[in-house]
Write a protein that binds this ligand. Structure first.
Ligand code: SAJ
Length: 399
């Protein structure tokens, strides 16, 4: 039996996937509201394909509980925040989960950490909790991207970090029950660093695109045209500039490396700085566009999109929320709307796109949800600042 600890964005789909493929699974979460919701037959966040998977898992043998179970295998997928001051990982939630597992499990069990941790955390903080016990420890970092989780769970390559080949092989076999991607085995420390490096690579590349957008604005050049042409080179692939990097992964994981290797890292820290300051660059552009278009009243300006990216309801580290912080007192006056995020999240939140558009003369497109891509004509006649390059109406302003 598998006991999945932590039923958030990673733990829930993973638990459901194992159960839908015939394994006996209990999903455990310390938050009784989450467990109650799942027991009542409701999923706890929006994601394409999650509900059908949930239904398949319910038809199998999945159960949900706030209690840890006696199981052969534990999968730990709990949050790993970082200290905003020191930039170091706060592994206390992972450690608390592992301690509780060690209290309930029998010798011979396997504990798989899926949560992202900074390199060395497992040896430093987790392994000592197993002292004197015969328990196998594995790091199998998740790689799925919100918006395409179902597809990526099945098709992405995976990494299994283990202490010996037998354990690695056994865990590889387990994930093969649903994963058709290549499953590579390595040691735990390599698996830890690989995961953080993947997100850091993307952060650095997005930072480059964001810096290019600023540079092109200064040079009065079209950054999208520059990127389109540069990307025709066979070895160049520049990403998309945007309003900043949100989500709980790419905007967080590189800090683990900055926190642990402050004297060594340079590009990684700078990239974080560029991406973290992108919402303030957007604010600067909002002011420029307001001045150019003779708009003086911020309450006639609206932010479209509060989620950290398109077609998800996740607002963690969202550039829009950061922008609202930067607005200070004006945050209470600027209009906001996001079809996936509850109205009421901000003070001037509309509950439909048309209600939102009635209130504004200027729209700042912060997120490229399908909804706005499909309703772009409704924005005709508005002043538009498009941070996502999805609007081709005449006169649109870009980053
Ligand atoms: N973004 C841009 N420009 C781009 C791409 C992204 O501004 O060209 C922004 C997005 O709008 C968003 C942020 O970056 O605010 C991150 O979005 P994302 O779609 O790049 O990635 P996440 O955070 O949703 O998921 C990432 C993925 N990691 C990589 O692609 C290396 C995913 O595979 C990981 O599983 C996930 O982090 C995680 O949980 O670690």
């Amino acid at each position: 039996m598998i006991n999945v600890i932590g039923l958030g964005y990673i733990g829930l789909p993973t638990a459901l996937m194992f159960a839908a493929h015939g394994l006996e699974v209990v999903g455990t979460d310390s938050n009784s509201a989450v467990v109650d919701e799942l027991v009542a037959g409701n999923i706890t966040f929006k994601e394409d394909g999650l509900k059908p998977l949930f239904d398949r898992a319910l038809a199998g043998s999945i159960r949900f509980s706030t209690d840890y179970q006696i199981a052969d295998t534990y999968i730990v997928s709990v949050p790993t925040p970082y200290d905003k001051e020191t930039k170091k990982i706060d592994a206390s939630i992972v450690c608390a989960a592992v301690s509780t597992i060690v209290d309930v499990c029998s010798d011979g069990a396997t504990i798989i950490i899926e949560s992202t941790v900074s390199p060395g955390t497992i040896d430093r903080c987790v392994r000592p909790l197993l002292a004197g016990r015969s328990i196998d420890l594995v790091h199998a970092p998740e790689r799925i991207i919100p918006g395409k989780m179902m597809h990526e769970l099945i098709h992405n390559a995976r990494t299994i970090g283990a202490d010996n080949a037998d354990t690695a092989q056994r865990v590889r076999q387990l994930y093969s029950s649903f994963c058709v991607g290549e499953i590579t085995t390595t040691d735990i420390r390599t698996a830890e660093l690989t995961k953080v490096v993947e997100n850091t690579f993307r952060d650095i590349n997005i930072a480059f695109a964001n810096e290019l957008a600023r540079l092109c604005h200064e040079a009065e050049l079209d950054v999208y045209e520059v990127i389109r042409i540069a990307n025709m080179h066979p070895r160049v692939n520049i990403l998309n500039p945007g309003p900043g990097v949100g989500g709980h992964c790419i905007s967080v994981d590189p800090w683990f490396l900055v926190g642990d290797y402050p004297e060594t890292v340079d590009i990684i820290r700078t990239a974080r700085h560029v991406n973290d300051t992108q919402p303030s660059y957007v604010l600067h552009r909002i002011k420029e566009v307001m001045a150019a278009e003779d708009i003086n009243d911020i309450s006639r300006v609206g932010l479209y999109g509060l989620a950290y990216k398109e077609d998800v309801d996740d607002t963690r580290e969202s550039p829009s929320l950061r922008l609202l912080e930067l607005l200070g007192d004006d945050a209470a006056r600027i209009q906001t709307y996001d079809p996936h995020v509850d109205a009421g999240r901000t003070q001037q939140s509309a509950d439909s796109l048309s209600a939102f558009l009635e209130r504004v003369d200027m729209v700042v497109i912060m997120v490229g949800h399908d909804q706005i891509r499909e309703s772009m004509q409704m924005l005709a006649g508005k002043v538009i600042l498009d941070t996502r390059h999805i609007c081709d109406l005449p006169g649109v302003h870009s980053l």
